[in-house]
Design a protein. Structure first.
Length: 383
């Protein structure tokens, strides 16, 4: 790409975020009741894991996710870790996921001692490919008399599948669920980036047995940190709540615990902030979808590929992403834009290229490698 086109992209971003010396990739936006709710939580003295705002958030989150239940957690990684534990994944199991993802996906699998299997993505969703998933299972897996699926090579059970809705773009999650159902593999959606995204009229996070969300400071809505587990299964929701609060049996003064629990509770003061943020979720997504439309129109005009939602999908466009011709062009633009006060980032290093996951099985990851060399995230904050 010529230097002229680099200038065009940078100038476009600066025109959308005027009067800024530095334009971040994604900053939080506080326009509603954030201060009011946080002060109310402080005044109540319930600022830790018990309080009215935790309860309110869980009700609001279930509605937003299109599920019956939601359980607040301290962050998205803990939510995903808990989902895997609730599914019964153990150190003798393997979990299918994608290599093009943030490291938290693979870390959560590793916390249990399980091993990820990395399957390639679809070029248009940047999410786990149903076609590649089916092909891998047909070639490399077998169902046994116990009803579970096993990897022919490792002889380990393939217990779960964790597709990720990359940058808020919904993957073909219904097809993934159908394939995994045939093989008795549980689908746990990594929806960390996709709150407010829909596929075929349903919110992401509501297709699998469980879904995990993140509310880190760089997400569309934030509680500083924070996460959530969502599910339609009452028994799972109750156990999730119990385990994330140190597995303490309710009693007015006794300290009794019946399981190994986790300190994964979202503090009430964070939940207060998040409740206020949730009130403006639809406004934020409308703004971000308008931004994505502007980007697409302008990138079409200069001949660059803007990654957009597929048919039947409605993305929250958490982070907008463009595709360059090759890694060299990508790197030249990254240097140019960051030197110009516009924060841009490549997509993540593929998980199988990190030392701790280099020995994990994969299916060749042809498209994942192709996209890793070419994708760049550009500023996507609510304006």
């Amino acid at each position: 790409m010529s230097n002229t086109k680099f200038h065009q992209i940078v100038n476009l971003v600066k025109s959308l975020y005027p009067n800024k010396d530095f334009i971040p990739l994604h900053e939080p936006k506080f326009i509603g009741n954030e201060k009011k709710f946080v002060i109310d939580a402080i005044d109540s003295t319930f600022v830790s894991s018990v309080g009215a705002y935790v309860d309110l958030f869980e009700k609001q989150m279930a509605i937003a996710a299109g599920t019956k239940y939601a359980v607040a957690t301290v962050n998205g990684t803990s939510a995903l870790h808990m989902c895997l534990l609730l599914d019964g994944v153990n150190s003798e199991d393997e979990v299918i996921t994608q290599a093009l993802t943030f490291i938290a996906t693979s870390n959560a699998i590793s916390y249990i001692g399980s091993k990820p299997i990395f399957i390639d993505i679809d070029e248009d969703t940047l999410g786990l490919s149903p076609k590649k998933l089916r092909s891998f299972l047909e070639k490399n897996a077998e169902k046994r008399d116990d009803g579970f699926t096993y990897n022919k090579s490792s002889q380990k059970r393939i217990k779960s599948c964790v597709p990720m809705h990359t940058f808020g773009l919904p993957c073909r999650i219904d097809e993934i669920v159908e394939i995994c159902s045939d093989w008795n593999i549980t689908v746990i959606e990594d929806s960390a980036e996709s709150i407010g995204s829909y596929y075929k009229g349903k919110p992401t996070g509501s297709f699998g047995k469980m879904g995990a969300f993140s509310f880190n400071g760089n997400k569309i809505i934030t509680s500083g940190g924070g996460g959530a587990i969502v599910t339609n299964h009452e028994d799972i929701a109750k156990l999730a709540k119990h385990l994330t609060t140190q597995a303490k049996i309710a009693h007015r003064w006794e300290f009794k615990h019946d399981l190994v629990g986790f300190n994964y509770r979202m503090p009430n003061i964070n939940a207060a902030l998040l409740c206020a943020q949730l009130e403006n979720l639809e406004t934020f997504i409308k703004n971000k979808r308008e931004l994505a439309s502007i980007y697409k129109e302008n990138f079409d005009a200069i001949g660059k590929v803007f990654i957009q939602e597929i048919e039947n999908a409605q993305s929250n466009y958490w982070l907008n992403v463009i595709k360059f011709e090759n890694r060299t062009e990508r790197d030249e633009f990254l240097e140019f834009s960051n030197n110009s006060g516009v924060m841009t980032r490549p997509c993540w290093t593929l998980m199988n290229k990190l030392s701790m996951f280099s020995a994990c099985e994969n299916d060749g990851l042809e498209l994942s490698n192709y996209m890793e060399d070419r994708l760049v995230n550009i500023p996507s904050s609510v304006r």
